[in-house]
Ligand binder design. Structure first.
Ligand SMILES: Nc1nc2c(ncn2[C@@H]2O[C@H](COP(=O)(O)OP(=O)(O)OP(=O)(O)O)[C@@H](O)[C@H]2O)c(=O)[nH]1
Length: 392
């Protein structure tokens, strides 16, 4: 069976952004890498193979293999139509439809282990210390996660201690979870000094993973700089400030971040240069940047051993859901207030038409029971104030 579909504008933009970042050809895959990927079963990724051929594999999402031929750049600029092939057997084992998708930017200094984290997250493997990373995951990956969406609503986001992490994992294991897709995009470290690249990356994603290497304090400093940039670019400062001052008016969008200290497996005595406490402190400095609840979560992980890798993306996914939930609530409140206002205006108009003025006899002109004066007062008093008055 052959299906074809056209990418949406947003997806095309995303794909173009990935292409734009491509400067060098990724070396062809080794047989071992290819085999690992086929067996991975839970991963979807984007990679550019030799000869300018783009390969997209959607194994876990729809059990489909998607292959896009790209012989020259102009093919990409045209509407990218993708042909997919699905076998009957694959259709039989269609997995549960995802409840949603999260676009997450993975960012950090060179060699901090971004690709290794993604490989561990999507495939559950580590290529080996000092070995080149699997090029399949160099620009990102797509992978399914299970999430109990209700966990994203209550409570502020706090710094993750090992005990808190264990409690969260335990709680989520007892509940029936929904399936979501994490679409992670790795920002090549060579583009970090380029503000336009970073802005473009922020525009097409919803949250960010800031990765540093626990052996390298400079990589942590860089994360602090990026968080500052995110805050300024998205004008997210004063998130908790309800004053109508200039800064809160400038607020455009919130962008949850998580600070990740990678390589926690290294020898504490010999290799570690950034302690857990220093990482946590840096996260608290970033805190007010843009995460809901005003705190930036922090976790130490190891792509090598797999420690805490599964914490990163569900954590951000919950933050994104929480922001969506908050914005929905806000929208519903505004709509309700608007509807009530309209109802009241209609009521007032009907009363005028029927020559009955609120709070008094028709055209009495008397002030005692309201009368004309009462009517105009009612009409000019803001709706919410009137509601409060009538509540007493
Ligand atoms: N000990 C240890 N080494 C790691 C870990 N994660 C990655 N590495 C090593 O760190 C090096 C860099 O890993 P990459 O995954 O390529 O890092 P990256 O951030 O994607 O690098 P760039 O794409 O060049 O910016 C490799 O030699 C990895 O083997 C880890 O958790 N522990």
């Amino acid at each position: 069976m052959v299906n074809s579909f056209v990418w949406t504008d947003e997806e095309t933009k995303y794909l173009k952004a990935v292409f734009k970042w491509k400067e060098d050809e990724v070396p062809p895959l080794t047989a071992a890498q290819d085999e690992r990927r086929e067996g991975g079963g839970g991963s979807v990724g984007v990679g550019v193979g030799g000869g300018g051929r783009l390969l997209l594999r959607h194994r876990a999402i729809a059990h489909q293999e998607v292959v896009v031929g790209r012989d020259n750049e102009s093919d990409v600029k045209k509407s990218p139509t993708i042909t997919t092939t699905t076998t009957t057997e694959q259709l039989m084992e269609q997995p549960q439809k995802p409840a949603g998708e999260f676009r997450i930017l993975v960012i950090g200094a060179k060699g901090t282990g971004k690709t290794s984290i993604l490989t561990r997250f999507a495939q559950g493997t580590f290529p080996g210390e000092g070995e080149p990373p699997d090029p399949f995951y160099e620009r990102g990956c797509r992978h399914r996660i299970e999430l109990d969406a209700s966990l994203s609503v209550p409570g502020p986001i706090a710094i993750q201690t090992p005990a808190q992490i264990a409690a969260a994992v335990g709680a989520s294991q007892q509940k029936k979870n929904d399936i979501y897709v994490v679409d992670a995009l790795e920002m090549p470290s060579r583009h970090l000094p380029s503000n336009p690249m970073l802005e473009q990356a922020l525009n097409i994603t919803e949250a960010g993973v800031l990765v540093y290497d626990v052996r390298d304090p400079k990589s942590l400093q860089l994360c602090l700089g990026i968080a500052e940039f995110v805050r300024e670019y998205l004008n997210a400062f004063n998130y908790n400030n309800n004053n109508n001052d200039d800064n809160s008016k400038k607020l455009k969008r919130r962008f949850p971040l998580i600070l990740v200290g990678n390589k926690s497996d290294v020898d504490d005595e010999q290799d570690r240069a950034v302690s857990w406490a220093e990482g946590a402190k840096a996260a608290s400095v970033m805190g007010s940047a843009s995460s809901p609840g005003g705190q930036c979560p922090f976790v130490e992980v190891s792509a090598k051993t797999g420690d805490n890798i599964d914490v990163i993306f569900p954590r951000l996914a919950r933050d994104i859901l929480k922001l969506k939930w908050l914005s929905q609530q806000q929208q519903q409140r505004t709509e309700l207030a608007e509807r009530r206002h309209q109802q009241l205006l209609t009521l007032d108009r009907e009363q005028i038409n029927n020559n009955k003025l609120p709070g008094g006899s028709p055209k009495s002109g008397s002030n005692k029971n309201g009368g004309r004066k009462g009517f105009w007062k009612a009409l000019t008093t803001p709706f919410l104030k009137r509601q409060q008055q009538s509540a007493y």
